[in-house]
Design a binder for this molecule. Structure first.
Ligand SMILES: [Zn+2]
Length: 322
């Protein structure tokens, strides 16, 4: 009996030891799993907080960008939610310190995206379209980064390609007026100038129901008659990719990459190389913290109201021709 009892006790001890060993192992796992869960939860909370229409994980950052714009436009109203977001960021930071390797990229992306002040915004613009094949590719590229662009179309080209206009607007990009026939406005009187712009606005309105905000004079050429006549803000650019002349993907890409924050970049969607250059430039710029916006969004971000009879080449520096 003694022998049996001691055998029983020994067995119990072994079981107990095994139990302790198992428990400590599973505790470690639980901690790690819990950290992962916390990370995922934080990530979800941040995503939900910032994006209203998150559908798929891989698109989370896109929706966040979309929200960023409205956040900037209504900073004061968002103050409360930003405070909440900030405290969530601290939580996420704390979790990251505990378990730096797990899901760091996902959470880090979310955190970086919420530092609104750290963003660099540029408006990439495409003249001389529509060229629907290229424009549709560009829209897809910008959508990938929840970016928007501005397309300055000519009326005589829209006649053959009207469907693209609504696709541009549906994507969130902007339409601009590049005159009906692409003349040098320096050579035109007031009546001709007005006709060039208004006939295109009428056409765009008949297709989309809306009228563009901005006019871009062909060749960037305008004079006092142009400014006095047109009841719209004119916009040129501060970065010229010279895509139409260079026809070189690397050159065009590097021009876009060299754009300082707040830039208005001139491209032409009629140039096939430009589409490839944009495809290469967007991911690099995005990684650098650039976000791609329409001209109207850029002006809103810089809190500049575009005014008729002014020319803008950079939103914070309107040029007034005397
Ligand atoms: Zn042009």
């Amino acid at each position: 009996m003694k022998i049996l009892k001691s055998l029983f006790l020994s067995l119990c001890s072994i079981c107990l030891l095994l139990l302790i060993a198992c428990n400590s192992g599973s505790t470690a796992e639980t901690n790690s799993t819990s950290a992962n869960k916390t990370l995922n939860i934080e990530s979800n909370v941040i995503s939900q907080d910032i994006s209203q229409n998150t559908s798929e994980g891989e698109n989370d950052f896109s929706n966040i960008s979309e929200k960023d714009l409205s956040t900037i436009a209504s900073n004061k109203q968002q103050a409360e939610s930003e405070q909440q977001a900030e405290s969530e960021q601290h939580n996420a930071d704390a979790v990251l310190e505990d378990d730096g390797e797990q899901d760091e990229n996902i959470v880090q992306n979310d955190i970086d995206l919420r530092k609104l002040a750290d963003y660099n915004y540029i408006a990439i613009t495409f003249d001389d379209g529509p060229v629907s094949e290229n424009d549709e590719k560009l829209l897809e590229l910008f959508s990938k980064y929840n970016g928007h662009a501005t397309f300055f179309y000519n009326g005589y080209k829209i006649e053959n390609d009207p469907d693209i206009l609504n696709k541009v607007l549906e994507q969130g990009s902007e339409l601009g007026n590049h005159t009906y026939n692409h003349p040098n406005l320096n050579t035109m009187n007031a009546e001709q100038t007005l006709a060039e712009v208004e006939s295109l606005n009428d056409l765009i309105k008949s297709i989309t129901g809306t009228v563009p905000v901005f006019v871009r004079p062909p060749y960037g050429e305008y004079n006092q008659v142009t400014l006095d006549t047109l009841p719209y803000p004119l916009v040129t650019w501060n970065v010229d990719t010279r895509d139409w002349a260079e026809l070189d993907v690397d050159y065009i890409r590097d021009s876009i990459l060299g754009a300082p924050p707040g830039s208005i970049v001139l491209c032409h969607s009629i140039v096939n190389e430009t589409v490839s250059a944009v495809e290469q430039a967007l991911p690099i710029l995005y990684e650098q913290g650039y976000r791609f916006v329409t001209l109207s969004e850029l002006f809103e971000i810089y809190e500049v109201e575009p005014k008729a009879h002014y020319v803008y080449w950079f939103p914070s520096s309107p040029v007034i021709d005397e």
